[in-house]
Design a protein around this ligand. Structure first.
Ligand SMILES: [Zn+2]
Length: 452
């Protein structure tokens, strides 16, 4: 049986770590997953790697497997016609890919043999919806989100689950003080344990974990997340929340598997550290991508300039002389019955408004209307003979498409080509972004035109 390769079906029950499900081999896990903190991934099944629309959950796949394997998986397509897993004889030599041995994987295999701890009936509708739609867009490392996912789907391997299946071992919480003995349930680890209560209180998130024990932990977690998100500084609070759950889980594992002593103040410090490390990494990543974008395309053919200003792309065609430039703010309005309006306001080099215009049009989408607005402005300026023009819009997706930072939407493809044809009319033509609230005059003109 061990050499059998599998093609996963839509309801694949194959274990991701044991079965040879990727072209006849088992993909290799990331090294860090061999740490006992990740034993909860042991029961992962292949079907858990795709989203509800039956495409791969790419962030999850990249978190779990080594880069090369992850990209191979993401590039592969699922068989839409078959529900069950199908046997497949691998043509590749055995041993090219092998699962790393190690404590974590050994534990995963052990768990696999004892049967899955999945108990689908206990997953609430709210939990299922949350996992499908919101969970993966939360801030924070994917591994923290996987932990939440495992809590909500009730698939975390804790003492109580072993006990239910008569698996030998100690099923008592190891984080508790020595003279206490509580059965180790998910609720106990993350909510009721004396340590958890202290850590939540110390986290200053302002959420109360004691009390209402009737509400399942998974529902509480979703409610807390929604509550924290809406608060001031919501993203940071959500991060602290996720880091706290993660900290409790790793503390628990270190106590169970390494016999480490639990010290609440140390845990609180490591939670704060983890949040800072993540935020710092994100800042670095952002700075780096801005630098790369700004440098990668200083000029193409000597007359295009792309740069990032205040975090937004600026795109210029032609010379870079800071001559007296006409600046035109443009906006569009659009409604579902395809009625649309465009409005624009022109300012001279001193920043004084000297002309404005608006027009009722029809458009297929809001993006389409915005593109028609920009085209109208450029045609107007070219007709007037202005040689130095800056077009200002609050439609970031469109600006990114014009500047080549994003793929062009098919609806506006033709318009952007027409724009390009007009570039030659100018000495210097630039596109830049403005926040919506600073584009009120053009917006007002566009809305009025739309209602005509
Ligand atoms: Zn406890």
């Amino acid at each position: 049986m061990e050499n059998i390769g599998w093609k996963p079906g839509l309801e694949s029950g194959l274990n991701v770590w044991n079965a040879k499900w990727m072209n006849g081999v088992t993909p290799e896990p990331q090294d860090r997953l061999l740490d006992p903190a990740f034993i909860f991934l042991g029961t992962l099944q292949v079907r858990e790697l795709w989203k509800s629309d039956l495409t791969w959950n790419a962030p999850l796949v990249r978190t779990l497997f080594k880069e090369q394997d992850a990209e191979r998986i993401i590039a592969s397509t699922l068989c839409m016609s078959r529900k069950q897993d199908a046997v497949f004889w691998p043509l590749t030599n055995d041993g090219v890919y092998s699962v790393k041995s190690g404590y974590g994987i050994a534990f995963m295999e052990f768990f696999e043999k004892k049967g899955t701890i999945k108990d689908k009936s206990r997953i609430s509708m709210t939990g299922r919806g949350f996992c499908k739609s919101r969970l993966w867009s939360l801030p924070g490392p994917n591994l923290w989100k996987i932990l939440i996912w495992k809590i909500i789907t009730n698939t975390l391997p804790v003492g109580f689950e072993f006990q239910k299946r008569s698996i030998e071992g100690n099923h008592i919480c190891r984080m508790c003080l020595e003279d206490q003995s509580y059965s180790e349930t998910i609720e106990h680890i993350f909510r009721d344990c004396g340590l958890s209560v202290r850590v939540w209180a110390g986290s200053l998130l302002g959420i109360r974990v004691e009390g209402v024990t009737m509400v399942p932990l998974s529902e509480r977690i979703i409610n807390w997340l929604r509550y924290l998100e809406k608060m001031e500084d919501g993203e940071r609070r959500v991060l602290v929340f996720l880091a706290t759950l993660w900290g409790l889980w790793t503390t628990r594992n270190n106590a169970v598997f390494k016999g480490d002593r639990v010290i609440p103040s140390v845990l609180l410090e490591s939670i704060a550290n983890n949040v800072d490390i993540y935020l710092q990494a994100m800042r670095k990543k952002k700075e780096h991508s801005e630098k790369v974008l700004g440098q990668a395309m200083p000029s193409i053919g000597g007359n295009e300039t792309r740069a990032i200003k205040d975090g937004f792309p600026v795109y210029m065609v032609g010379g870079r002389d800071q001559c007296r430039r006409i600046r035109v703010k443009v906006d569009a309005g659009w409604s579902k019955n395809l009625a649309a309006g465009i409005g624009w306001v022109a300012y001279d080099g001193e920043g004084i408004m000297f002309e404005h215009g608006s027009r009722k049009i029809t458009a297929e989408s809001a993006l389409h209307a915005e593109a028609l607005g920009i085209l109208a402005v450029i045609q107007w300026a070219a007709g007037k003979g202005f040689l130095h023009l800056e077009v200002v819009s609050d439609c970031l997706p469109l600006l990114c498409q014009i500047a080549g930072y994003a793929g062009v939407n098919h609806v506006v493809k033709g318009i952007l080509q027409d724009l390009k044809g007009l570039y030659a009319c100018f000495h210097c033509l630039g596109f830049s972004y403005i926040a919506r609230n600073l584009n009120a005059v053009a917006h007002g003109l566009a809305s009025r035109a739309m209602r005509l």
